[in-house]
Design a protein around this ligand. Structure first.
Ligand SMILES: CSCCC(=O)C(=O)COP(=O)(O)O
Ligand SMILES: [Mg+2]
Length: 228
């Protein structure tokens, strides 16, 4: 069946794990302390969120920085950290020192599906601002015109079925008309239990005989014969 909308994850799906972990994360880690100190006057609400998430209302700015760096090192998908990373990456994307990695097959697939009038969305733990930066300054140029919308964990966690129901509501489509792509089986489980079709992306590893349809690249997701 041809989906009316496709929602894609980023890390491990459109873009390499290595770009996120070996390029983006070190870039933000090296700049968290200076960025927070330089902008502490306007980061009040974000630091308040850090204190809430940490469960310690008494954290001063330095303690918030230590907490943010600890979350970054543990790859915690926590709202204030993801928002801050997006703010820091914005500088790198703006001055050209960062360019969003997107696999060539993902670029081609997204362009093909857009031409077929399938609506495309992103759902990632990265903040919506960061998602727009990655696709707006990608190695293949500005891919943002291909997308109809973006979702991050403000709508809910990626392993919660309720998040996928909320996205289906937001884009005004029945869940069964939506295909979700991810490299994380727990995310597919949540999406599937909300009624979405799902496909597992397995980059650079043999395809597993698992619970979900698995493909190695975007070329195999919707064969052109489907459109004949
Ligand atoms: C520009 S988004 C960077 C990706 C990121 O920060 C992240 O945590 C990846 O999460 P995903 O949900 O895309 O696997
Ligand atoms: Mg992922």
């Amino acid at each position: 069946m041809i989906p009316r909308a496709i929602i894609t994850d980023i890390e491990g799906t459109t873009s390499s794990l290595s770009f996120v972990h070996d390029v983006l994360f070190p870039y933000s880690r090296a700049r968290i302390a200076d960025h927070v100190r330089d902008h502490a006057d306007r980061l009040g609400p974000l630091l308040a969120d850090v204190r809430t998430e940490a469960g310690d209302a008494g954290l001063d700015v330095d303690a918030c920085i230590i907490q943010l760096i600890a979350w970054q090192d543990a790859d915690r998908k926590i709202g204030p950290l993801k928002t801050l990373q997006g703010m820091i990456w914005a500088e790198g994307f703006a001055d050209g020192s960062l360019q969003g990695h997107v696999y060539p097959d993902a670029v081609a697939g997204l362009r093909r599906w857009n031409a077929r009038r399938i609506s495309l969305y992103v759902y990632s733990s990265g903040s919506v601002a960061a998602q727009k930066l990655l696709f707006g300054h990608s190695v293949a140029g500005d891919l943002t015109p291909l997308f109809s919308g973006y979702f991050d964990t403000a709508i809910g966690g990626k392993k919660d079925a309720a998040s996928y129901r909320a996205i289906a509501d937001a884009i005004d489509l029945p869940p069964a008309d939506i295909l979700f792509l991810s490299d994380v089986e727990a995310e597919l489980a949540a999406a599937q239990s909300a009624g979405l079709a799902v496909t597992l992306l397995v980059r650079d590893a043999p395809l597993p005989d698992g619970a979900y349809r698995a493909v190695g690249d975007f070329d195999s997701i919707l064969p052109e014969s489907l459109f004949a």
